[in-house]
Design a protein around this ligand. Structure first.
Ligand code: ATP
Length: 149
């Protein structure tokens, strides 16, 4: 169904914030006038996985922004956390893969989040891009391959 991206983000961020008591800065860009055609429930699941990782692997405020790049609507989740090194990057979408067990053990988690995120994204026509720098932070971007405005 067609959903308004801004309304969806406001609602999802609010729910996540009150559940986890974590600060999220929202930069709506043009999302308030952006409509995407997608499965809202699955998109919410997907965003929750990214927000949950940002929450687990960083201590500072999380930023969510949205907009349009090369004609594609996007949602970005940015954290200023521990980051992921380049060697691990290709593996984090694998099932049960967790970077440095010792480092992440205290954060719980089973290593399934991102593999599920990838599956959901493929199912609803979204592309996930992950960019990260160790000690600086991570940005996960969801691109809507098909959308209308
Ligand atoms: P869960 O199944 O509960 O999500 P998880 O967080 O370990 O557990 P994934 O979401 O699949 O599993 O992530 C895989 C690994 O990638 C994590 O163990 C973590 O090391 C790394 N990772 C994922 N997101 C981030 C992030 N935002 N910052 C730093 N490392 C991350």
């Amino acid at each position: 169904a067609a959903i308004n991206l801004g309304d969806f983000l406001l609602q999802t961020i609010k729910a996540f914030q009150s559940a986890y008591k974590r600060e999220i800065q929202y930069q709506p860009g043009n999302s308030l006038v952006t409509t995407v055609v997608t499965d809202e429930k699955k998109l919410k699941q997907l965003l929750y996985i990214l927000l949950d990782n940002a929450r687990k692997y960083s201590d500072e405020a999380i930023t969510v922004s949205s907009g349009r790049e090369h004609g594609e609507a996007f949602i970005k989740v940015t954290d200023k956390g521990i980051g992921i090194n380049n060697d691990e990057m290709p593996k984090v979408f694998d099932r049960f893969y967790r970077v440095d067990q010792a480092r992440t053990r205290k954060k719980g988690g089973s290593g399934l989040g991102l593999s599920l995120a990838k599956e959901i994204a493929d199912a609803i026509g979204i592309r996930i891009q992950l960019e990260s720098e160790v000690g600086v932070g991570t940005t996960a971007t969801l691109f809507f391959k098909t959308d209308k405005n």
